[in-house]
Design a protein around this ligand. Sequence first.
Ligand code: HEM
Length: 331
Amino acid sequence: MSITIDNDTATLPDRIRRFPFPYTGDNYRYSANVEPSRKLTETEAGGWGTTVVDVDEFYVDDLKLRAEVLQRDPSRINALPHMRPAVWDAITTLLPEMAEDNPDKMSWQREGDRVRWRNTLLNLDIEFTVGDDASLPTGDPLDFLGSQIQDDIVFLEQRDKQLWLDAGVVTFAADWSIGFDVGMNFTEIHSPVPRVNEEKIISRAQHFLMSLQPGESYRRTNWTMTIDRRLDTSTETYPQWAGDRSTISTDPALPERVHLRVEVQQLIRLPRSGSILFLIRTYLLPLTDIAQVPAWRRRMGEVLAELPDDMAEYKGIIRYRKAASDWLLSG
Ligand code: HEM
């Protein structure tokens, strides 16, 4: 006798229940789509978004992968010298909040500038002095922050009425390169993206970011697709992953291999340094998992079918979006 499992959300695994499904309609266009951080967003499968830094079942694996990428390619971490105070500001802003959100796994105890930081997920129990790089395990505050949170981390500074990318540790980029972009301004960074300049999205977004008050924090989502559960799709590793995009449409394993890749991006004005912190947290879910939520399956199928070619081309999905859409809509 076969048992039919009802698609009750309670039976779904966490990776689906907590997935930040990005589409709010049956078609998708670029927009600034910002909303306050720390707000629960409910989805057909559950919900996401109550914390700024999300710690999930992939925490240890993702951080191990980041360390390997940095070992192999140190250009993924970059900081102009004047950014040290901003990086310390990020550490003293994010880690206490993470400890509060995960009291069974982490703790942050501070007296004056002395801090004891415990993170049981990484078997870490250390003491350091805020502002003293040498007191940290690797002697580098940006590397340290990147070893504690799954998010890619970018810092922007305001000069001449513009935002400049002055520091970052980015190991999980969706086809761009921190080594290439460091030192560029917000408009230059977005110059490869179709539509957004004509539609004034980037100038409005920059204006919005520059008007953020110290301590304020907003978020937005962005999405693309990736073949296999591959977080490191930086320009630097292009030869390792780009070829799969031409062969996947005829691969019978397409539903398991093609993943919806969603970035939850946090936009934070740091309270002491005034720098803008941009966190990019990447989630990957295969189409077979998307299909466990019938409303997601249909909606993603519709979005992929309708997406204009220039956007599909920019996202690198033009050669297989139809095959993916056909599979989703056939279910
Ligand atoms: C409200 C703020 C922002 C908006 C509306 C925005 C908008 C966008 C859009 C629409 C894309 C194309 C995404 C795609 O199709 O996959 C994009 C790409 C990108 N954004 Fe933003 N963005 C914002 C903030 C930022 C910030 C703060 C940074 C940090 C420097 C940033 C860095 C990038 C980069 C590096 C890319 C990839 C560009 C490339 O292909 O080389 N964005 N952004």
